[in-house]
Design a protein around this ligand. Structure first.
Ligand code: SF4
Length: 380
């Protein structure tokens, strides 16, 4: 059984040190920095509204620069972009202290074009889920709120969209977001501000491996996002084997936390279930999963494992996936099968990891270390 890092339950993950990031400051924080000629909301808008930026970023006047002199104005830099054949782009960004983080840009061509950004909340992850490449890295540190906001703004600037109204965020990249809730919550609050990106909290999903106290804290946030729980097993024994966090909180405790989570009108909790051949894909599992979902306003999302080098686990065949989905639906559940994007560039669920030895070969036409630049990602 994999070891559960004590830091998961007892200690906060290490934090970034250095000047506070300008990207995490709300208008009130800007006003508190010192005397400013003009309106702090206007300065906030300048910083956060990508549509008004020039090629190099926001244009900030002299007095504002002086005000921001003791903050960190650097944005995470997009150092690699790996476009997938399905239109998604896996991006590697470098933080100001030289760490590499990943995000996936997923445009959807609908009548109202939208982009989903899959974001990381930590560098690495302490949770050690056995099916996940990120889990093999261990935890390096939390991302700061400024780095999370900066990732969103940098990607919007380079790849779009320019407006927050076309944007959806999912915290399903590297890291356990509830292990870094203070920074994740602050980033969501900043991105929600109407003078900036103006992102609705109904367009932000935070996915957790199942930190029960964190779920309760998430439910109490002023700007509360949607909740997803990565379930992945239907008995406590199997869950503890696949996900060390399952040793701390069993399925009964998780269900109780989901039942008390405050939901808005029409809102559902996303129950993610990574299907693993021979591990959690039996008919009995389908019945127990439906039982877990009973009484919850839910949507079950089945995710056949996206294979990677760090695990010997494998996905079930397509027939098993469909049979599992039919069984769960027949028991009254809403159930979809995830169309994982970016698999060919290791950008799909569970594949994000920063190890140069495992870095994928970039697609022809895009040089390693380059960005899509003038070649926008294809849409499906
Ligand atoms: S699945 Fe999520 S919580 Fe588990 S190791 Fe991977 S990144 Fe961490």
């Amino acid at each position: 059984m994999p070891a559960l890092d004590d830091a998961v339950l007892t200690l906060p993950a290490p934090e970034r040190v250095g000047a506070p990031s300008a990207w995490a400051l709300l208008p009130g924080d800007l006003a508190a920095l010192g005397p400013l000629r003009g309106d702090p909301e206007r300065l906030f808008s300048r910083l956060q509204r990508v549509a008004d930026w020039g090629a190099e970023g926001p244009a900030v006047g002299k007095s504002a620069r002086a005000l921001l002199a003791h903050t960190d104005l650097s944005l995470p830099e997009i150092v690699e972009a790996h476009p997938s054949a399905d239109g998604a782009t896996r991006c590697v960004l470098r933080t100001s202290d030289g760490h590499r983080i990943e995000a996936v840009h997923m445009p959807r061509a609908t009548r109202n074009p939208r982009v989903t950004l899959c974001l990381s909340s930590q560098i690495g992850c302490a949770m050690g889920c056995t099916f996940c490449a990120t889990g093999t890295m261990g935890i390096v540190r939390n991302l700061s709120a400024g780095e999370i906001v900066g990732t969103v703004l940098a990607l919007m600037h380079r790849l779009g969209p320019r407006s927050g109204h076309q944007l959806t965020l999912v915290f399903m990249g590297m890291g356990e977001p509830l292990h870094n809730l203070a920074h994740v919550a602050r980033a969501i609050e900043v991105l929600h501000h109407q003078r900036g990106v103006g992102l609705s909290p109904n367009r932000v999903t935070v996915s957790t491996s199942g930190l029960v106290p964190g779920i309760d804290q998430l439910g109490a946030l002023k700007v509360r996002p949607l909740l997803a729980l990565s379930v992945n097993a239907t008995t406590d024994e199997a869950r503890a084997r696949l996900m060390p966090v399952g040793r701390a909180w069993g399925l009964a405790a998780l269900k109780a936390a989901l039942l008390r989570f405050p939901l808005r009108h029409g809102e559902k909790i996303l129950l993610e279930y990574v299907l693993l051949r021979g591990e959690n894909d039996s008919d009995d599992d389908a019945v127990r999963l439906a039982e877990l979902a009973r009484g919850l306003r839910h949507n079950i999302n089945l995710i056949p494992l996206n294979p990677h080098d760090a695990t010997a686990l494998a996905p079930p065949d397509e027939e098993t996936v469909q049979r599992f989905a039919r069984r769960v639906r027949a028991l009254g559940c809403l159930c979809t099968v995830r169309d994982s994007r970016g698999r060919d560039v290791r950008g799909a669920c569970g594949q994000l990891v920063q190890d140069p030895a495992r870095a994928p070969r970039p697609n022809p036409g895009v040089s390693a270390g380059g960005t899509p630049g003038s070649s926008p990602p294809r849409t499906r």
